[in-house]
Design a protein around this ligand. Sequence first.
Ligand SMILES: [Cu+2]
Length: 150
Amino acid sequence: MRILGVSAAILALGLAGGAYASGDLSRADIQTVVLEMGTTDDGDMFFTPNDLTFETGQAYKLHMVNTDEIKHEVSLGEMTERIFTRKIEIETAAEDLVAEIKGQIYEVEIGPHQTVDWYFVPIQTMDDAEIKCEIEGHYDAGMHAIARIK
Ligand SMILES: [Cu+2]
């Protein structure tokens, strides 16, 4: 009985060390993903990359870069419900903080030649998420991306 108890304790420690991180998951080991958006010379609109995979429990900084002369949107739709948003961060070109916005966010609109960072941790899996720009005509011009949470 005593041996069984020790084994159970070792097993529990092993699981705790291997499968679960401790502390603040939204700040540990943040992985940066760059999402560029713009318009090609042919008039096609894009997100690059247009196929994204995220993992539950991994903290991300989605670095959204609008390379265009016009504004665009990054709308997560239903994926918003599957992530914990820590903050949206806006800085000047000189990297001075303009704003940190906290709370659940569905969509971010980004001005011409601006960047915005979206800090989040996926908390539920999802197979068929879609990131899109909902400005009229932009989706049809190609401004959407497939996303999944594993
Ligand atoms: Cu757009």
